[in-house]
Design a protein around this ligand. Structure first.
Ligand code: BLA
Length: 506
């Protein structure tokens, strides 16, 4: 077997977090052959059912558990649909001794995996709970309010000290977009983190398995006893013990337990409900399942709100484009009024400044490059834009020397005004970092783990800052589409003006 790579802060996107082969001690795990003979058992088996894992391995499952439970499991396994399906049974008396367990069942690499956790029976009426929660989020008016209410409701349901809505950007970095917490623990809202704080493989896994729990960051992980060396794939497990690097991160933050639930929009991992507790905490599997169900309903509501918002945005852009046509038709001198044009365009596409270059003269409003630099930039645009809308979140990556004015104009969206002449209107965005606050570290630990202070929000922020240095907030694909609409209108207006000018000269 090849030696597993040593994982450190530079390669943590390569840690095989699904193959770590350990579970958390809050439950036990069995893996069976297709003939229902036990092939693997977690080392803590005896604590739950009084049989050592070595004694269990090789036995048919019904030697260990009651016939009723095994029959139930067989039926549920037959019901599994789809590659990532997991069946759940709540409050199951597995040994016929009156002790109830919540059960998760799935199949991986031909093995049937059974995970069991003591049931609490405290989850209550899940249907009504989730219905009530959805009714509440449906009353929110804005997406921000929706996210805040979602965080508040998850905290009410799961009882963590802090619940955040963590939203991913396209580059995998993230931002705390909403938060609900007990008083006196400071706030993470508005803070940004680099992609590696939740590395690629974790983000992929979280699309398939929607909820993960760390019940106690100090708990000793439980190995899985097996007759083979082949590691078990715990991707779909509910008890999987998580990456130790991440545990160190939580410890450095002073966190004692965490849970996070995926928010999936358009089949992508849009974000997470990220929950922290400052002491150990393990809501029952049944309660976690209610949280997960809420997160799924929440995701669908969010998806439809985001879609509506996008449609609304594009409709407004068409309005603005009509306004532009109408206004210029009645007063064509307006087009030379760069302040008017700038305010109209930034109404459609948010920007910090606008530069207009027309017939060899320029007008700059708001936060832009200095006049000389704008002229140089315009000279580069034909090649960059090739006659189309051109957008970048980092002008200095395509125009040498542009880093000089990155603080005021780091990103741009350039709209050609003509098919022939070198006329443009350019929207500028200033450096992102300037608009982001850092509120300080609300939880300063006394000492750090083996990887040092990197695994803390403050160092994460420093890393994220480096990542976005000299860059603006990127122009989104829908903003580019809107720019295309505006470009068509502007070209029409400019063309008409040129024709009228020619006619007048005749
Ligand atoms: C996982 N990192 C995670 C998770 C979160 C974060 C939410 C999901 C697991 C969970 O529910 O706890 C990150 N948590 C955050 C952030 C905030 C928060 C940003 O509350 C902000 C307030 N992590 C690092 C670095 C590495 C790293 C530098 O910070 C690696 C070099 C690794 N994070 C890492 C790994 C996982 C992870 C490997 C996966 C854990 C697992 O599921 O096994």
């Amino acid at each position: 077997l090849p030696k597993p790579e040593v994982v450190d802060l530079t390669n943590c996107d390569r840690e095989p977090i699904h193959l770590l082969g350990e579970i958390q001690p809050i439950g036990f795990l069995l893996a069976l052959s297709s003939a229902w003979v036990i092939e693997r058992a977690s080392a803590n088996l005896a604590e739950f059912i009084g049989v050592a894992p070595e004694a269990a391995i090789g036995q048919p499952l019904d030697k260990l558990l009651g016939h009723g439970a095994v029959h139930n499991f067989r039926n549920r396994i037959a019901m599994l649909r789809g590659p990532d399906a997991v069946e759940r049974i709540f409050g199951c008396d597995i040994a016929g001794d009156g002790r109830h367990y919540d059960i998760a069942l799935h199949v991986t690499a031909g093995q049937i995996v059974i995970e069991a956790e003591p049931a609490s029976g405290e989850a209550g009426d899940a249907t009504n709970t989730v219905r009530g929660m959805i009714a509440r989020i449906d009353q929110t008016k804005t997406i921000d309010a929706l996210l805040n209410e979602g965080a508040r409701l998850v905290r009410g349901l799961a009882g963590y000290d802090r619940v955040m809505v963590y939203r991913f950007a396209e580059d995998g970095s993230g931002e705390v977009a909403a938060e609900s917490c007990v008083s006196g623990i400071g706030s993470f809202k508005g803070l940004h983190y680099p992609p590696n704080d939740i590395p690629q493989q974790a983000r992929e896994l979280y699309r398939r398995n929607l909820l993960r729990l760390i019940s106690d960051i100090n708990a000793e992980p439980v190995p899985i006893v097996s007759t083979t060396d082949k590691p078990i794939d715990l991707s779909l497990s509910i008890l999987r013990s998580v990456s130790r690097i991440h545990v160190e991160y939580l410890r450095n933050m002073g966190v004692g337990a965490s849970m996070s639930i995926s928010i999936i929009v358009d089949d992508q991992l849009w974000g997470l409900f990220a929950c922290h507790h400052y002491s150990p905490r393990s809501p029952s599997f049944e309660r976690r399942s209610v949280c997960e169900l809420f997160a799924q309903m929440f995701s669908m509501r969010l998806e439809s709100r985001l879609r509506k918002e996008l449609m609304e945005f594009e409709r407004r852009a068409r309005d603005i484009s009509d306004q532009l046509l109408g206004a210029v038709a009645s007063d064509e001198s307006l087009l030379n009024d760069s302040t008017w044009l700038a305010s109209l365009l930034t109404d459609a596409i948010p920007a910090d400044g606008v530069g207009v270059w027309m017939n060899g003269s320029q007008a700059l409003t708001g936060s832009t490059p200095p006049a000389g630099a704008f002229r140089e930039l315009i000279a580069q645009l034909p090649e960059l834009s090739q006659g189309d809308v051109f957008a970048t979140d980092q002008i200095s990556a395509v125009v040498p020397g542009a880093d000089r004015y990155a603080a005021t104009a780091a990103g741009m969206l350039a709209i050609p005004l003509s098919r022939v002449a070198n006329d443009y209107v350019v929207l500028f965005r200033s450096e992102l970092i300037r608009s982001v606050r850092w509120g300080g570290d609300p939880y300063k630990p006394v000492e750090y783990g083996p990887n040092g202070p990197r695994l803390t929000p403050r160092e994460s922020f420093a890393e994220w800052k480096e990542l976005v240095e000299g860059k603006s907030k990127p122009f989104t694909s829908s903003e580019r589409r809107v720019a295309e609409t505006l470009r068509a209108t502007l070209i029409e207006v400019v063309l008409r003006m040129a024709e009228e000018a020619t006619a007048q000269r005749r």
